[in-house]
Design a protein around this ligand. Structure first.
Ligand code: ZN
Length: 310
């Protein structure tokens, strides 16, 4: 079982997408409006293929169904995590996600969505929407009814390296000029609250006002991400978040670093630099999974890696 699973991203063209997934990551994108690279996904809307090795050509979804031992025999219908890189050339709509209970009831048993963002790059003066200003559900309904969306949303200044945890029920939106890595529950359920009155093919995109009002938490409470930092032998490790759905860390290394894979599976996303992982050459934009029972792994080189597990 000591075999690393290297993954091929699945690309999604979006009206708000751009070209930075090619320019900054070297991906062979399908067009100049590519908004998302689903880098580690077993979701039906974008199931990543394994590159090379024993399982080469198979999808992560198939491995999850047929080789559950690779994932520590975890239970559940869905591989639990999804990692994306998002390039927003334009603003995304203002949106909110349900939690597991609401999604199960209202979305045919789908998972809810808790997600988190690590900002890989952004333009000078970029900002992002996290949270809202309504003090109660009543005030929320009133502000929505009056169309006061720009008063409602909390817009925050943004810089490279920022990190946000987006709990279900949090109003949020990625804005133009932002490239980020998103780690999330494997779900595609999004309720669109406001789309800046934009038109797509001459028509506004559908909004989901009632469901949004149902699921938005009031008042908004800041999520503690409480980063925990340690530094040993040329490697800075930072725990970005640990919640009931995932734990996400960032490691910045400059020398040989030892990694113990003791989880059901461990996802590695190389976000900067290049190096080797147990002799395999890896670089910015590569994504892989160390399966269950992998044990000790040697990382070499000068690179930054986001690691995530359940
Ligand atoms: Zn979202």
């Amino acid at each position: 079982m000591r075999e690393i699973l290297f993954l091929e991203p699945v690309f999604k063209q979006r009206i708000w997408g751009g070209e930075r997934l090619r320019d900054a990551f070297g991906y062979d994108i399908p067009g100049n409006d590519t908004g998302e690279a689903w880098a580690v996904s077993a979701h039906a809307q974008g199931d990543c293929r394994i590159k090379g090795g024993t399982y080469g050509g198979m999808t992560l979804g198939t491995l999850w169904k047929e080789n559950r031992e690779l994932f520590g025999n975890l239970e559940g219908n869905e591989f639990p995590l999804l990692v994306k890189i998002i390039d927003a050339r334009e603003d995304l709509s203002i949106q909110v996600h349900p939690d597991n209970d609401y999604a199960r009831l209202h979305e045919n048993g789908a998972l809810g969505k808790c997600e988190c963002w690590y900002i890989l790059d952004c333009d000078e003066g970029a900002d992002i929407v996290v949270g809202h200003n309504a003090k109660s559900k009543e005030e929320l309904k009133q502000m929505i009814a009056e169309g006061r969306f720009m008063d409602l949303i909390k817009i925050r200044p943004l810089k490279k390296g920022d990190f946000f945890q987006i709990e279900p029920g949090t109003v949020h939106a990625i804005r133009h000029g932002t490239v980020l890595l998103e780690t999330q529950q494997s779900s595609d359920v999004t309720y669109r609250l406001y789309d800046y009155d934009r038109l797509q093919d001459g028509k506004p995109r559908a909004l989901h006002i009632d469901k949004s009002i149902d699921v938005i938490s009031c008042p908004y409470a800041e999520s503690g991400t409480g980063t925990e930092k340690t530094e040993t032998d040329g490697c800075k490790k930072e725990r970005l978040v640990s919640c009931q759905f995932y734990t996400v860390e960032k490691w910045d290394m400059e020398a040989e670093t030892l990694l113990e894979q003791k989880y059901p599976f461990l996802i590695l996303d190389v976000i900067e630099g290049k190096g080797q992982i147990d002799g395999h050459v890896v670089k910015k934009g590569d994504h892989m999974i160390l399966p269950s029972g992998y044990g000790t792994c040697f990382l070499n080189g000068t690179m930054s890696v986001i690691m995530s597990h359940v």
